[in-house]
Design a protein around this ligand. Sequence first.
Ligand code: C5P
Length: 229
Amino acid sequence: MPRYSALVPAAGSGARFGAEIPKQYLGLAGRPMLYHTLSVLCECERIEHVWVVLSAGDEWWDAYDWKSLGPKLRVERCGGATRAESVANGLAAAAGVLRQDDWLLVHDAARPCLAPDRLLALCDGLADDPVGGLLAVPVADTLKRADGDRRVSATVPRDGLWQAQTPQMFRYGLLCRALAEHSGVTDEAGAIEAAGYRPRLIVSDTTNFKVTYPADLRLAELVLRGRKS
Ligand code: C5P
């Protein structure tokens, strides 16, 4: 039987958000954003362990009570300078527990609205896949390429274009090797692609967006409160 675990890189500073504290700790529906992200993973029966990777100097984690997330949660203070480095450090920290062929789901701390049914769709859709893959949505808008004056230089055909989300799910051993050899990537799938594989896309929905700007936080609040009512 395949085994599933998750890893959440949460060592970013949230510079684009521009808040006083890292965005993963901003208040959302009565909890820090990171709580919502972790709780979907911790509540999923399929997932055995959930690692959260904090920066070494994180001053916020200890200010909250995470006990209600249960015993799956493991905290590592080994974040790096980039997301890829934080993930690679987290993978190394998990080495004593994970087997080479275990599935590992890497999920952004800043995606607090992952729906449980999309998480299961990812696990089920890739259970027998030789490579692994990621949640994603087909691009719906018309895409424009801008020049230096912010004038449109081209309309980019959107056929076949997808927006990558997380979780991204790959075998632990393959992911470790791919990230060790291809560290300049912005997501795990990028490293797997660079290693010569073709990750599978599993259809997600747009509520699993990444909170990047202040308006995203207000939208996340509406999504989460809407699910509870
Ligand atoms: O900044 P951005 O939203 O793209 O970051 C995506 C995820 O990567 C977030 O969960 C963030 O905390 C994490 N990250 C990290 N270490 C870094 C930079 C980002 O764990 N050095």
